[in-house]
Design a protein around this ligand. Sequence first.
Ligand SMILES: Nc1nc2c(ncn2[C@@H]2O[C@H](COP(=O)(O)OP(=O)(O)OP(=O)(O)O)[C@@H](O)[C@H]2O)c(=O)[nH]1
Ligand SMILES: [Mg+2]
Length: 294
Amino acid sequence: MASKVAMKIQWFPGHMAKAKKEILKNIKLVDLVIEIVDARCPFSSTNYDIKKDLQNKSKIIIINKIDLVEQKMLDEFIKQNSDTEIILMSLKDSSNIKSKLNAVVKKACSQILDKRKEKNIINTKIKAMIVGMPNVGKTTLINRYINKNLLSTANKPGVTRQAIWINASDELDLLDTPGISMPSFINDKMAENLAMIGSINDEIINIDEVVFSFLEYCKNNYEENIINRYKLKNNFDSSLSNIETISIYDAIAQNMNCITNKKIDYTKCAKLILTDFRNGNLGKISLDESEFLK
Ligand SMILES: Nc1nc2c(ncn2[C@@H]2O[C@H](COP(=O)(O)OP(=O)(O)OP(=O)(O)O)[C@@H](O)[C@H]2O)c(=O)[nH]1
Ligand SMILES: [Mg+2]
């Protein structure tokens, strides 16, 4: 690998097209849509395709995985979605998921509940459909809400393959749906960000290139994070922003012993960096640049 080359990432396999149909079919049956995005790149992990179809429905947004970012990096996203109830969550470690979600659901569905009251309908249970890009934590939300590991989850995309209704509490029925990507992403940056957070199958991306772009981004925005993790102080004595990205990649590969047959093994190094990023070992890194959608 010599430098970054233009890449076109697309990932919309058959099961997603099927899942999208299932979601559209269920719209009429639900009172509320719960959209989940990943805090590391809330703009890039919004599904703009599905959003259009769901625009007439009551909706709340959960920004999940806030344990992996600085909260101030979410301000712009929150500002741009000020017409929607937003909940910040870390499903990894926060408690009170149930009461937190119930309170916001009640608020978002107040008109629906008032109408039912007017018509003397006693049923106050809300039917909510959870949607979002792959791997953002949709299924984990249900497991945490019911306080049981009922449904399978894993840190890779495409774990949930079938929509399933869960009778979650007296207040809520929750529909878990398979993560859905977009038939074409808005730009390369969006695709790269989704690849970094594990929302696109690793097998269909060139991880060496995705990680190259990530290092380029880090050298300009998060240089301390990579200097500390990969002991780059000994390699460079100026700011990383003045260094060619490929030289940084080489230094990390050498320091982390990613050498195969006496040659730099970029793929081994990319895998290591990806795993470090995804597990939070690089510290708190936000990927969306503020001008993402401009
Ligand atoms: N660090 C962190 N990890 C989380 C959080 N919430 C969920 N995860 C992890 O994210 C991964 C994906 O979670 P899932 O619930 O399977 O995601 P999903 O959206 O249902 O994924 P698909 O079914 O593949 O679309 C799992 O490894 C979870 O443990 C969080 O708040 N913080
Ligand atoms: Mg799932």
